[in-house]
Write a protein that binds this ligand. Sequence first.
Ligand SMILES: [Zn+2]
Length: 216
Amino acid sequence: MSDIADKKDALIAIAKRCFDLRLQTNAGGNLSVRLDSRDAIVIKPSGVGFNECTRDNLQVVHLDGTIEPSEHKPSKDLDFHLDLYRIREDINAIVHCHSPWATGYASAGLEIPCLTVQTIEKIGRMPLIPLSPQGGPQTDAEISPVFEDPKVVAAVLANHGTIGVGATLMKAQYLAEIIEETAQIAYVRDTLMAAHGKSQADLPQYGTAAEARAGG
Ligand SMILES: [Zn+2]
């Protein structure tokens, strides 16, 4: 019981941080964390804002899809959360938000480049996941195949939002923040380059610190 209470409190704190940083306003987005028993999660339900999460409205859902009694509707994205926990043992937390800069990039059909030294080290690649072929939002059918690659820790959903996964809620939240920060930096870079007539050829080539050490 105390594990559920602890995980709910941790989720409430991260949801507030995400809201305070304006990464997720209104009642959209969702976040979840795996319980120590490994076979169930705590997740924000549908219709509850990141700033309004409480021990009473958060839901406990088993990985087989069974929802513990709750007055709230499950998140529309519950299926992809459950599936990512099933396919990746290393994932203990997921933060999915509709942060505006990153979602703007994805809605233009552009993959956000990992252009800072931090994104190269921490993320490596942020795949862009298109809308479902049926024309609706992305589901586990589109999202899970991307995360089957164990190196993928962040992805961006076209016309929708971002996903960060991690061993802890804080790690997943940091990724949500880095994705948004990187989208802003990329926008500034590309806007200034266009204004000053620069092209990709003018940009430096660089890799991770480890690669630089190996190469030097
Ligand atoms: Zn969403």
